[in-house]
Design a protein. Structure first.
Length: 572
């Protein structure tokens, strides 16, 4: 077993020397021996709770990791952080809390690690924002770290087919259209989510789980293992042991998450037809490492990435199928073979990505992951857009879509509730471009996802007959012509604030453009008459977030990031 010298580790401030006797007394109070106090302190940060099935196994996995830490010569210290689970927060005011929770998670992990002087982190997360939040904290603190995903849910079965929670969101629209009885809604809702784990399709949680492996912060082929599988415990133990190797080497997140590693991560988002939220979270993570990597950088990678994983919502399969097909490393095997990944990036194994991939044998018999030489489509899992309606960019997921151009009259709503009501009333007309604004990071505040509205449109059979544009976000589960992250947002006086009913909007996802076809003189008159709006959240966490949050194209971050650091926590 490695013998660790605490002389340069943060935990020396709470455990070494006569002046730290009061601090050590607290550890003795918890039954910890003098020998164990002398070891490196490893934070096991868990986003576990009973709020939703995405998070219910995380605490048990964090507890399992203690054995690995102890075996490898460390002292584990478990603590918890929050989550806001999008499936439950969706479609009402609660969704304003979702993106804000990413910052709270990162901040709370940072504060706990700083306050207790921990030397390393193994972080466990399950639902959408907890994944980037946990990885942002690792990059911010820059102590040796490993990210562990709690795993996805198994698919439900309904009428002899696999179903996910998205089918439940969509049946709401189907019921509103009179296309099914209420009994079908109740029957589906009871079987769609059969147990523990995060949403099973290539939605935000699984997208960011893939990012964890692609960027090098997770153990190879660990994150697609479903939550109910007993092998998740073995993964947790292995992560606990491996983080001690990283402590010994002082191999840190910023050594691993280089600009090239972020390019690899963006490649995997597009190749899997992943969530558009990946283009929000990758810039935020890069910001923590002092790396310039915004929406436009992400979009440039997307342009040259083949779409090769046939995953829901655009495709047929779920995370369990991806795992059985060989996982993220099987996908990366074919991308590397085509020169689409940087193989020399380091990972938490201590080896390079290429060295890890070399241990994987391509499986030609599986049906989920296509060979990059013969992709589902040559490009276009996710596409960045820019134009007169979105000078600061926008993003759309086109995986599985048949129509990549759209032009039509605007139908404007100043909040999601009004748009959803119009969908339920069936007053949205085929060919319209639905505009939902004042839902951006500042204007919402909190940049809500619009899954309830988009899923209801699909249930009505209008999924690709209308386009939907917002300065808010879309769920990774959204499908159809749905464009999010439009910037500048309406609250900042962006062009989206000036759109009026009947204005023509033209979108071209092949060319990467999104334009408002209104004369400049008309827009100038509208701008002169425009007045900023005051939202209902003038105190508390949402108010504070709105004061500090930056634009979506840069990750909707709330602090200056690593470029303004005077010191890094890991070096205290």
């Amino acid at each position: 077993m490695t013998q660790f010298d605490k002389a340069k580790l943060p935990s020396r401030h709470v455990s070494v020397g006569p002046e730290r006797a009061p601090h050590r007394s607290y550890y003795y109070a918890m039954g910890i021996s003098e020998e164990d106090i002398a070891k490196p302190f490893v934070a096991l940060a868990s986003a576990g709770n009973n709020s939703a099935p995405c998070n219910t196994t995380l605490d048990a996995q964090a507890d399992a990791a203690q054995a690995g830490v102890i075996q490898a010569g460390g002292m584990p210290r478990r603590f918890n952080t929050i989550t806001v689970t999008d499936g439950i927060a969706m479609g009402h005011q609660g969704m304003k809390s979702s993106l804000v929770s990413r910052e709270v998670i990162a901040d709370s992990v940072e504060l706990s690690v700083r306050g207790h002087c921990y030397d390393a982190i193994v972080g466990f997360a399950g639902c959408d924002k907890s994944l980037p939040g946990m990885m942002m904290a690792m990059l911010r603190l820059n102590v040796p770290s490993i990210f562990v995903y709690g795993g996805s849910i198994l698919p439900g079965r309904f009428h002899d087919r696999d179903v996910t929670v998205v089918d439940v969101f969509e049946v709401v629209g189907k019921y509103a259209a009179g296309a099914c009885p209420i009994s079908e809604v109740h029957a589906l809702e009871k079987v769609a989510c059969p147990g523990h784990g995060a949403c099973g399709g290539q939605y935000t949680a699984n997208t960011m789980a893939c990012v964890g492996e692609a960027i090098g912060l997770s153990l190879p082929n660990s994150n697609m293992v479903p939550a109910p599988y007993t092998s998740r415990e073995q993964i947790a133990v292995a992560a606990g042991a491996q983080v001690m190797d990283l402590v010994a080497r002082q191999l840190r997140p910023r050594d691993i998450c280089t600009r090239q590693a972020f390019e690899n991560a963006a490649r995997i988002v597009a190749a899997t037809g992943g969530s558009t939220n990946g283009a929000l979270h990758l810039p935020a993570m890069a910001h923590e490492a002092g790396i310039d990597f915004d929406l436009f950088d992400v979009a440039e990678i997307f342009k040259t990435t083949p779409y090769i994983a046939d995953l829901k919502p655009g495709g047929q399969y779920v995370a369990k199928d991806m795992y059985e097909a060989g996982g993220v490393y099987m996908l990366m095997k074919t991308l590397l073979a085509e020169g689409l990944l940087h193989g020399d990036c380091l990972t938490v194994t201590g080896r390079t990505l290429a060295e890890n991939i070399d241990e994987v044998t391509w499986n030609p018999d599986q049906k989920v992951i296509y060979d990059a030489k013969a992709p589902i489509t040559p490009t276009g899992g996710v596409v960045g857009l820019r134009g007169s309606l979105a000078p600061d960019g926008a993003i759309v997921k086109v995986a599985g879509m048949h129509r990549l151009q759209f032009e039509g009259p605007a139908r404007c709503f100043d909040c999601e509730e009004d748009a959803f009501a119009a969908v339920e009333e069936r007053s949205i007309r085929e060919g319209e471009v639905v505009v939902i604004r004042y839902e951006g990071p500042k204007g919402g505040p909190g940049m809500r996802e619009m899954l309830s509205t988009t899923a209801a449109l699909y249930g009505l059979g209008m999924g690709e007959k209308v386009a939907l544009i917002t300065d808010g976000r879309f769920s990774g589960a959204t499908r159809g012509f749905c464009i999010g992250h439009v910037g500048p947002e309406a609250a900042e006086g962006g062009p989206i604030a000036l759109v009026e009913d009947g204005d023509t909007i033209r979108i071209d996802a092949e060319a990467g453009t999104i334009d408002l076809l209104v004369d400049d003189a008309v827009l100038a008159d509208r701008r002169a008459a425009w007045q900023p709006r005051v939202n209902d959240y003038q105190s508390g966490a949402l108010w504070r977030y709105a004061q500090n949050v930056g634009p979506a194209y840069a990750g909707a971050v709330t602090h200056p990031g690593a470029k303004m650091e005077k010191h890094v926590y890991a070096d205290i």
